[in-house]
Ligand binder design. Structure first.
Ligand code: FEO
Length: 399
């Protein structure tokens, strides 16, 4: 049964929701599911904007066929060629061979890479500022390379002031009837997943997102239609501000994330004592995470949110505790920068984790490592409490 929804008088959401997938991109847990948004513009010409993941292709095709009825599909705009948005493209082109694919040259190359040759493919490649008039609407194309792949563009509808923003402004979380962000408690129930989605999927490409935000600033935008999550028609400035912080690697809050990797609980105990010392100094917003328990994608998101990051690691195989090493490499891979850091390590006979963590962090940009770095031999001693106090003082003073 079709599930399409009207957005305006001639624009429809025709995507689908997947609540069964455990890992998005086979990496990121999505306990609240994910939506794959596609849009159909029923102007004098009919225009499909992107398709969907194969998991929801059946309902998407039903939506498309039901809305088109006897009409033909004139254009398919491909903003992004990642398979979560293009898996159904082949089926669409087989059903509607007369449709013209509108995309960048890079996207056209990727169509060949993913689907092989379409002998009868009709295509129109576009560049920055090119337009397509479909009747009442004139669509213009804005290049957005590396937000999140190199072929990406976004599409702006000047008639209704809608930006079809590809992966930008998306979020994890399946849609539950309410299509618009202003219909759901976004800040309290969705923001965490939006941050986790942005930071993990697009976070590495902050400069490219900044470039897109700069271009978007010159457009009058009344609605954002992303490829995942709800549509924005109110409070767009609030969400843009989040993107400004995330893409410029500016902390959202003065907050302390303490992440620890502990084998028998002694490193954990030291981390908890440090958290307590911070609380006693009036520091609020201290979060303590066990890297063996919390998925790195959540910790990456928290590291983008918080101004201060403290890493406490047992030494393991003469190096950093494995889950801690994974976290640090993830943060580096996502180009995190501009944070204040505290370090603590533990080693019963040869503590090396601290120096190795420092090496990773010093290879990232503008990471300020506070002194003292605390070295524990098996378990924290009474004699080391002044050191712990000194680190707590340094954190509190720099907040
Ligand atoms: Fe949702 Fe980059 O694909």
């Amino acid at each position: 049964m079709y599930q399409h929804r009207a957005i305006t008088e001639d624009l429809y959401w025709i995507g689908g929701n997947d609540r069964r997938l455990a890992l998005f991109e086979n990496v990121y847990p999505i306990p609240r599911g994910v939506s794959y948004n596609a849009y159909l513009l029923m102007d004098e010409k009919t225009v499909l904007l992107d398709t969907v993941d194969k998991s929801v292709s059946d309902v998407f095709l039903e939506n498309l066929e039901h809305l088109l009825g006897e009409r033909q599909l004139d254009y398919v705009i491909v903003n992004h060629m990642e398979p979560d948005h293009c898996a159904a493209l082949g089926q669409v082109l087989h059903r509607y061979p007369e449709a013209v694919v509108v995309c960048t040259q890079k996207a056209l190359d990727m169509i060949g890479q993913f689907f092989g040759a379409f002998p009868a493919l009709r295509s129109q490649t576009v560049k920055e500022g090119d337009t397509l008039t479909t009747g009442r609407h004139t669509l213009s194309f804005v290049m957005a390379p590396m937000v999140h792949w190199p072929e990406v563009m976004v599409t702006y509808d000047a008639a209704d002031k809608i930006l079809f923003s590809a992966d930008a402004f998306g979020t994890f979380g399946a849609l539950g009837g309410n299509l618009f962000a202003d219909e759901i408690p976004f800040e309290s129930q969705w923001l965490e997943d939006a941050r986790r989605y942005y930071t993990n999927i697009v976070g590495k490409y902050g400069p490219q997102v900044q470039a897109l935000l700069k271009k978007a600033a010159s457009l009058e935008i009344q609605m954002l239609c992303p490829l995942h999550g709800p549509i924005w028609r109110e409070n767009i400035g609030w969400f843009l501000d989040k993107y400004m912080h995330w893409s410029s690697y500016t902390p959202e809050e003065s907050a302390v994330m303490i992440a620890y990797g502990s084998v028998y609980g002694n490193t954990e105990a030291a981390a908890f004592l440090l958290a307590s010392r911070l609380a006693e100094r009036g520091v609020r917003n201290v979060l303590l995470y066990d890297v063996s328990v919390t998925h790195p994608s959540l910790l990456v998101a928290e590291a983008f949110r918080c101004s201060h990051l403290i890493f406490a690691s047992a030494t393991y195989n003469a190096g950093i505790f494995p889950c801690m090493e994974t976290l640090l490499l993830e943060l580096k891979a996502h180009s995190l920068k501009n944070r204040t850091i505290g370090l603590l390590d533990n080693g019963t006979w040869a503590a090396t984790a601290g120096n190795q963590m420092r090496t990773v962090l010093e290879s990232m940009q503008n990471m300020t490592i506070l002194e003292p770095v605390i070295h524990i031999k098996s378990a924290l001693t009474e004699a080391q409490l002044p050191e712990l106090d000194a680190l707590a003082d340094a954190v509190a003073a720099s907040l």
